[in-house]
Ligand binder design. Sequence first.
Ligand SMILES: [Zn+2]
Length: 418
Amino acid sequence: MSGPCIILDKSAFQSLKKSESFILHKYFFVNVPPVLVLEIIGDLKKLSLKKDPHKMVSEYAGKLLLSNGFVNTHFTQLLTSSLKGEPVFMDGRPLIGMGRSSYVEGQGKGVVIDCSPELEAVNRWKDGNFLKSEEILAERWRNITQGINLEYLRQKLRAKALRIPRVEIPEELIEMVDDFLSNISNPIGELYWLFLELGVAPNTIERASLRWQNCGYTNLVSFAPYAHHCVRVSLFFYMGLFHNCPFTGTRATNKIDLEYLYYLPFCNVFASGDNFHVRICRVFLRKDQSFVGRDDLKRDLAAIDSLWVKFTPNQKAYIWPPEREGSIVLDLWKKHVAPVRSDDQNLAFLMSKEKQEEILSRLKLIKATAQQNASSQYDFSPIHEPEFIQISQKMNPKDPCPCGSGLPAGQCHLKNIK
Ligand SMILES: [Zn+2]
């Protein structure tokens, strides 16, 4: 894992050439929200495409490089955890679940996380291999997205009579959302409909509402910080819709774009070319987070890409992005990554074969031991400061090798690994 953690919306991701995507994964840790995976597979059933949709989806999947990227846990699952009082860390790191906490003799306490099913699927799509169930999923996704009727929702909201004066800028609207939230006595109970809409199970909402009443909480942010984030995003959208705000609006795709905003706490940088995001996301980003426009990011990645081919292996192994006047990538590093030694390098690619094998066998031992004495499911509570985290990733041999040789990994560092 290296570099600031970045989330891209589909338009930003789609705009990158494969070599630019390689540079992206070299200098950023790419957090993939499940909505992006769904948007990609949804294109299987997109009728307006000139190209063969299967080829198109394979191409998109080919740009997701799993050597420095993950699929974040679905926001509904995290929202549910948050309502149950479990910690959901919101400090710019990706949240990946389904790990097994374990103790490994001599290595300490830690978590072993297997390759997620989404990543396995993305790997398959790269080979043009789609399951029947994924075709059905794509069909369903298209039907759902085409069935979004925000005009209907607007009318339904009017019936809820959330009355606020018309506002012109996002900052005004978010202020009203915050006012509204601080003036209701039991936000869980009163926003029952909203939590249902966000996919939370009725009994989870009911229990959270009881806990709120019994424990004498006065604000949602201290009761369940992540639930507070989701509610703010969601209410912002619905209140904006209700009042015909110029920056929200009834375009059906806004509802999908909204979903990216639920994942904002799990990145340092958000990149998008979507007008809806460009207009509103600043009110949800903390000061220690950044927004970058799709075109600006692409331009800088392309510039680095053109330098890359002339780099020596030592330059390629150097962790920091190249020093260049006005480089957005470098600026984001300066803002989000603690300064490191100037000679800091990714030693993995300069390491001797013996050393590589020694580390590999240690990792294998941890994995095998963890599998034996694993506590079955990932438990958010016991390990706040694990001594190790091991994350299993699967690479497609067609992916460009992370060493930057320009060769597919299958012909480079993965050549002798089965
Ligand atoms: Zn290599």
